[in-house]
Design a protein around this ligand. Structure first.
Ligand SMILES: [Zn+2]
Length: 278
C-alpha cells in the first residue's frame, strides 16, 4: 500500500529548523506538483537546484517531514517551472507505491491545509505558523488549527465464499470497490460501518473484524478497513446516486487485484486468496 515504504521510514515529527541547501522541497500549483522526470521516476528539487535563480527560496520554506534523513520542505513561490528541466505534473501521478510518491502525496495534503487556513475562521485575521508543532494559530483571538484528517471506513461485506463488490458512479476510477464512507459526528467506526452498508446496499452486517488502516492523503482521510459478515437477507438495494453496481461475487470469480496502492485492493485480494482469516 502507498504508505508502506519500508525499509524507509516516514518521520512525521515536526521540526523547527531552517532548510539546508541539500534538503528537498515540494512546490504545488493547484493539483500539480513540481518535478523533474527521468528514468521512470519523478524527482523533487533540492534547494541547491534552484540556488542560482531563487537564492531566497530557503528563507521562507516550511518544514514538512522527513523520510529517513531526507528532509522535505514546502515552498510557496510561483513560476518555478521556468527553471530548465522542471515542470508541474498532475499530483494524481503520486498514486503509486514508492516512498517519493507517498512523500509528495502527504505534502500535497499539507499544502492544501496551509492554503485553506491562511486566515482565522473565527475572527478573520491572518494565521501564524507555530514554531513548536504542526499548528496554525491566530494571535488576535487565540484560535488554533491542526491538519485536517477525516476518518472513513472501508467495508468488505462477505457471506461465506461471496464478497460484495461495488462500482462508484461518475468517477474516473472504475475498478471494483468496497463499501466506503465518512464517519459522521457522534458515531463510532463500528456504527459508521453498519450505517454505510445499510445506506449503500440495504444490507445488515454482524461480526465486524478490523483489518488495517491506511492514510489516504489525496482526500485528507484515514481509512479503517473492516470485514463484516452478512446478517440475514442478501438482497442488494443499491443507493443509485452513489453506486452504479453492487454484486455478490464468488471467491473464484473475483479478478486478481493488479493495483497494490490502496487498502480496498488489498482487502479484495486477501479475501480472494483466502489470506485473511475471518
Ligand atoms: Zn482569530
Amino acid at each position: 500500500m502507498i504508505h508502506e515504504i519500508a525499509p524507509r521510514k516516514f518521520n512525521t515529527a515536526y521540526m523547527n529548523q531552517k532548510a539546508k541547501s541539500e534538503d528537498l522541497f515540494l512546490s504545488y500549483l493547484e493539483d500539480t506538483v513540481l518535478v523533474k522526470e527521468g528514468m521512470d521516476k519523478l524527482w523533487y528539487p533540492s534547494f541547491s537546484d534552484f540556488a542560482r535563480e531563487y537564492p531566497e527560496l530557503r528563507d521562507n520554506a516550511q518544514y514538512l517531514f522527513a523520510v529517513d534523513d531526507v528532509n522535505f520542505y514546502l515552498v510557496d513561490e510561483k513560476g518555478l517551472d521556468s527553471v530548465a528541466g522542471w515542470s508541474y505534473v498532475p499530483a494524481t501521478r503520486l498514486r503509486a507505491n514508492h516512498w517519493r510518491s507517498f512523500a509528495g502525496a502527504v505534502g500535497w495534503q499539507l499544502n492544501r491545509w496551509y492554503n485553506n487556513h491562511r486566515f482565522c475562521s473565527r475572527c478573520g485575521k491572518g494565521m501564524q505558523h507555530s514554531t513548536k508543532e504542526r499548528m496554525l494559530y491566530c494571535e488576535s483571538c487565540g484560535f488554533e488549527v491542526y491538519p485536517t484528517i477525516a476518518p472513513c471506513v472501508i467495508v468488505a461485506v462477505y457471506d461465506q465464499d461471496r464478497l460484495l463488490l461495488t462500482k462508484y458512479k461518475g468517477r474516473a476510477y472504475n475498478r471494483y470497490a468496497l463499501i466506503a464512507g465518512f464517519s459522521e459526528i457522534g458515531e463510532s467506526l463500528e456504527q459508521t460501518v453498519c450505517r454505510e452498508v445499510q445506506e449503500e446496499v440495504g444490507l445488515k452486517v454482524r461480526n465486524l473484524y478490523y483489518y488495517k488502516s491506511q492514510p489516504w492523503p489525496f482526500t485528507d482521510t484515514i481509512l479503517a478497513g473492516f470485514f463484516a459478515e452478512l446478517d440475514g437477507n442478501d438482497t442488494i438495494r443499491l443507493q443509485e446516486d452513489e453506486l452504479s453496481l453492487g454484486v455478490w461475487m464468488n471467491r473464484e470469480d473475483i479478478p486478481p487485484q493488479v493495483e497494490k496502492v490502496s487498502l480496498t485492493s488489498e482487502m479484495i485480494e486477501v479475501f480472494r486468496t483466502g489470506a485473511v482469516k475471518i
